[in-house]
Design a protein around this ligand. Structure first.
Ligand SMILES: Cc1cc2nc3c(=O)[nH]c(=O)nc-3n(C[C@H](O)[C@H](O)[C@H](O)COP(=O)(O)OP(=O)(O)OC[C@H]3O[C@@H](n4cnc5c(N)ncnc54)[C@H](O)[C@@H]3O)c2cc1C
Length: 414
């Protein structure tokens, strides 16, 4: 759960204003049902967790789905996130119904699809842990009295206090890379979806009907009755999405460690209040995984997203800081093998809420993006409720009104 950032204001609208006025008030809840339209072809753009779940649920509802991804499935934040899930941490925000529905859907999907734990779903304990870096390098376990709630591997010399902030009933995790790929393979193998590796550049709209008819991928038109744009932090590169909102991106870093004895690391997710010896205060997170790895993330910065997801590189100083964090939390982590050093971008919307629903002015065109620090948690309910909206004309699972992309359209042309 990383801190989010509010992006710059909407800059332009390319969709004809007459159409916007006619359709903006309807929001994402008033699309005509698919029953009245027959079997349809859907193109989902973006092979992250959100696109993967949209593709899965649309294919499950009977659409002929093509998932378009420019690089590889889960190459961006969805493959590099923590994968932490919480039932009630979004309560008292408009995200509450989406997050609660999605937490339960994760449980259900893990039973239906996780086979022999193929993507690392498990319930976890969650602790808030206060850590103060000692003045010298960490080399011995803390000599301070230990809180009884602390598992034995949390023995770093900087560890001070801890408190329980989540139980296995309310918090869980997935391995986000494996989860995203599993959703795609379930869509392909179970429901006939196809994956196309290529770069989406545009949508073709029949102006007389104000309806999408195709997308352009690597210069070729692919017919589509329904298009879902789930391009994460790249959403803003699409002319149409830029017209409707401002998705911004926040870069964050992570490392993956492999301790010598993974069986000594209990399933406890840690949210740290971390003070460096220089007095800097940070909120890194530590997630042991059932695969035997321990994931540590934090260190965000506002920089531009490169065009190519394979060209996102971590900063050396941010990675060094995460190693310092790990070493001060646990001697097992201090001595662990470094497996991965990486960075990725959170997709953030102007009001901190995702965009899920129809893009006003263009029939058949939908957005599913801007999930910020909760995209792995909220991907399943986003995909399932969007599929209901597209197929039935209304989402029963979650009321999508708060996430209607039209809210940014209204703000920009009033
Ligand atoms: C360090 C970190 C830790 C996190 N931890 C958690 C966590 O513990 N729990 C949680 O719920 N969330 C977490 N998140 C947030 C989560 O990772 C994101 O919200 C989520 O991954 C967003 O998924 P997405 O599918 O929208 O975007 P992405 O994963 O960014 O996927 C977008 C995809 O679209 C593709 N694409 C873009 N443009 C095009 C184009 N023109 N043509 C074709 N394809 C295109 C990209 O290549 C990419 O694969 C974390 C994020 C970060 C950065």
């Amino acid at each position: 759960m990383l801190t989010t950032w509010r992006g710059p204001p909407v800059v332009n609208i390319l969709v004809h204003r007459k159409n916007l006025r006619a359709q903006a008030g309807g929001g994402g809840e008033e699309a005509p049902s698919m029953a009245s339209r027959g079997r349809e072809t859907a193109v989902v753009v973006g092979g992250g967790a959100v696109g993967a779940c949209a593709a899965y649920f649309l294919a499950k509802r009977g659409l002929r789905v093509t998932l378009v991804e420019q690089a590889s499935i889960a190459c961006a934040a969805s493959g590099k996130a923590g994968g932490f899930l919480a039932l009630d941490w979004c309560d008292s925000s408009p995200l509450q119904p989406l997050a609660r529905a999605s937490f339960l859907l994760h449980q259900k999907l893990s039973q239906e699809l996780d086979g022999p734990s193929s993507y690392g779903y498990r319930a976890v304990h969650t602790l808030s842990v206060m850590v103060q870096e000692p003045s010298s390098n960490p080399s011995s376990p803390s000599s301070r009295p230990r809180a009884s709630s602390l598992p034995s591997w949390i023995d770093g010399s900087g560890v001070r206090t801890s408190s329980c902030i989540g139980t296995p009933q309310t918090t869980a995790q997935v391995h986000p890379f494996l989860f995203t790929r599993k959703m795609v393979s379930a869509a392909v193998e179970g429901h006939g979806a196809q994956v196309l590796i290529g770069k989406f550049s545009d949508v073709i709209v029949d102006q007389s009907r104000s309806r999408v008819t195709a997308v352009v991928v690597d210069g070729t038109q692919i017919p589509a009755d329904v298009v879902v744009l789930a391009m994460g932090p790249w959403s803003t590169r699409s002319k149409i999405i830029t017209a409707l909102t401002s998705i911004s991106a926040l870069k964050a870093h992570s490392i993956v460690l492999r301790p010598a004895d993974p069986s000594a690391i209990s399933p406890h997710a840690l949210f740290l209040k971390y003070r460096t010896r220089e007095g800097r205060v940070m909120d890194p997170e530590v997630y042991p995984r059932p695969t035997g790895e321990v994931y540590v993330c934090g260190m965000s910065e506002e920089v531009e997203v490169p065009d190519d997801p394979d060209h996102i590189y971590p900063r050396k100083d941010s990675i060094s800081m995460l190693k310092r964090v790990a070493a001060n939390v646990s001697l097992s982590l201090q001595n662990a093998e470094m497996e991965v050093e990486q960075a990725c971008f959170l997709p953030c919307s102007e009001d901190g809420l995702p965009l899920i629903g129809q893009i006003p002015g263009v029939g058949g065109l939908y957005a599913a993006t801007g999930h910020s620090c909760w995209g792995i948690l909220n991907a399943p309910a986003t995909g399932a409720s969007l599929a209901e909206l597209i197929v039935d004309g209304k989402s029963q699972l979650v009321d999508l009104k708060a996430f209607d992309p039209a809210r940014f359209v209204r703000a920009s042309w009033r």
